[in-house]
Design a protein around this ligand. Structure first.
Ligand SMILES: NC(=O)c1ccc[n+]([C@@H]2O[C@H](COP(=O)([O-])OP(=O)(O)OC[C@H]3O[C@@H](n4cnc5c(N)ncnc54)[C@H](OP(=O)(O)O)[C@@H]3O)[C@@H](O)[C@H]2O)c1
Length: 433
């Protein structure tokens, strides 16, 4: 059976999808039994060179032509304004939708998914998380019998590349970012990636399906890697840890934690070994235990592979079930706890003299935080004006503690006259305890 597909937005991903659909249409037909016909591809500008030739008879600059000539509308424009309007219009016209737009789906997806459900239509969004890694389908379908306990991982290739360079080449953040930009791994304006928002969008989408409900995206704790210092990466290495920008969503008793921040992982943790632009996601279910998904999290071809898997899925349902059963979204609103429970790496710049550790330890103890280990370096910190005072980094690793207790303790420690500048806090994830 023939199913008509139209694309709006023919940039990096859109061009990849056109290429895949035109090159592998025969293979897709043999495997799935559906004949996908690419009817229209809309973009604002057809003068710009593309990595693959888009036949002129299917090109258009008018997205409405796509809506008129498709059973499945593929939104690959990005952003929230026009993309949202397009998806709503497509659903109102009775069209199924496929989108890779994590920004829109994480922040305003609820409204769109509810509209799709009301209309009995599907929105496919495999490509919105993990590029070519089939993580959405795995959580939605393959692990459907599991209560998901936790889902966490490295969801942004740009930041993972920067942290890998800092660790391996011992360069500072700015140099690693410049290298990523030269290689085309980071945008000219890299803030969505390095400030953690791209990762946060992806973990929000994963949480919606893993925990069966929605939450207000602005509740997610997001801290990027802009402030990461090489000194902490090196001190962490001495302690047996590797620093990653980790997205974490986990149940703790009746609470749900959803957060993104630089995180120390034990060097032997499989996620600590994921380097360069690769992504990896760990899912823990109550029956399956731990499963890990690894691959390229972005790029024209891997992302096109995910988009096409959604197209084929929906097309098969249209062809063989006569209607595509929409994914059943719960109408629950989930609430997120801000009082995380974690181990902490703390670095204080302090003078090398007796009593300093004791004064800090006292404040931590007063906030119910117990120390697991201490590392004190004889290296002098290069803090302007304080060189003569012999300022050294003092690192404390704590046992698991509550975030609110830790914040209170840090306020107290900052007041101590021996502590110079801002303390550094990095959360540590490990199995121990
Ligand atoms: N790139 C990746 O590796 C990747 C991976 C996973 C998910 N995604 C997601 O996939 C989506 C597309 O990303 P991309 O990298 O392909 O972006 P892109 O290269 O910027 O492509 C978007 C295309 O849509 C066009 N466009 C904008 N407004 C339009 C309109 N009103 N009508 C028709 N076309 C319009 C743009 O034209 P102009 O450039 O002229 O504005 C551009 O050609 C985004 O949601 C992104 O987050 C991308």
């Amino acid at each position: 059976m023939r199913v008509r597909v139209g694309i709006v937005g023919c940039g990096v991903v859109g061009t990849g999808v056109v290429e895949l659909l035109l090159k592998n249409s025969e293979l897709i037909r043999e495997r799935s039994g559906v004949d996908l016909e690419l009817t229209r591809v809309a973009d604002k500008d057809w003068q710009r060179p593309r990595s693959f030739y888009v036949p002129s008879d299917i090109r258009t600059t008018d997205y409405k032509e796509v809506l008129e000539n498709s059973d499945i509308v593929v939104e690959l424009v990005g952003g929230k304004g026009f993309a949202k309007q397009l998806i709503k219009e497509a659903l109102e016209k009775g069209k199924h939708v496929v989108s890779a737009n994590k920004h829109l789906l994480a922040e305003e997806g609820r409204e769109l998914f509810e509209l799709a459900q009301k209309k009995g239509l599907s929105i496919g969004f495999e490509a919105s998380v993990g590029g070519g890694i089939p993580i959405i389908k795995a959580v939605k379908e393959s692990l459907v019998g599991n209560r998901i306990r936790a889902i966490y991982g490295i969801l942004n290739g740009t930041t993972n590349y920067i942290l890998t360079r800092m660790l391996e080449e011992e360069v500072d953040f700015q140099s690693a970012l410049s290298e990523a930009q030269e290689k085309g791994y980071a945008e000219a304006d890299p803030s969505l990636d390095i400030d953690g928002w791209d990762t946060a969008h992806k973990i929000a989408i994963l949480s919606y399906i893993a925990f069966g409900g929605f939450f207000d995206f602005s509740e997610v704790y997001v801290e990027g890697i802009r402030g990461v210092e090489l000194l902490d990466i090196e001190l962490g290495r001495e302690l047996g840890y590797t620093l990653k920008l980790l997205a974490i969503a986990k149940r703790r008793d009746s609470e749900l934690e959803v957060r993104v921040h630089p995180t120390f992982l034990p060097q032997e943790d499989p996620l600590a070994k994921v380097s360069d632009v690769y992504n990896a996601i760990m899912v823990e279910g109550d029956f399956v235990g731990k499963t890990m998904f690894y691959g390229k999290g972005a790029g024209s071809h891997p992302t096109a592979s995910a988009v096409v898997s959604d197209i084929v899925d929906i097309a098969r349902k249209i062809a063989f079930c006569k209607e595509a059963m929409p994914y059943s979204w719960g109408d629950r609103t989930l609430s997120i706890s801000k009082n995380f429970y974690s181990r902490y790496y703390l670095r204080f710049d302090v003078p090398d003299k007796p009593g300093v550790l004791a004064s800090i330890a006292r404040v931590l103890a007063d906030s119910n935080i117990s120390i697991a280990s201490v590392l004190q370096k004889e290296k002098v910190c290069s803090i302007a004006g304080r060189e003569k005072e012999h300022i050294i980094p003092l690192v404390i690793l704590t046992h698991k503690a509550y975030e609110l207790d830790m914040k209170k303790a840090l306020e107290g420690i900052k007041e101590l006259p021996v502590v110079v500048g801002e303390p550094v806090l990095i959360r540590v994830e490990e199995e121990a305890e």
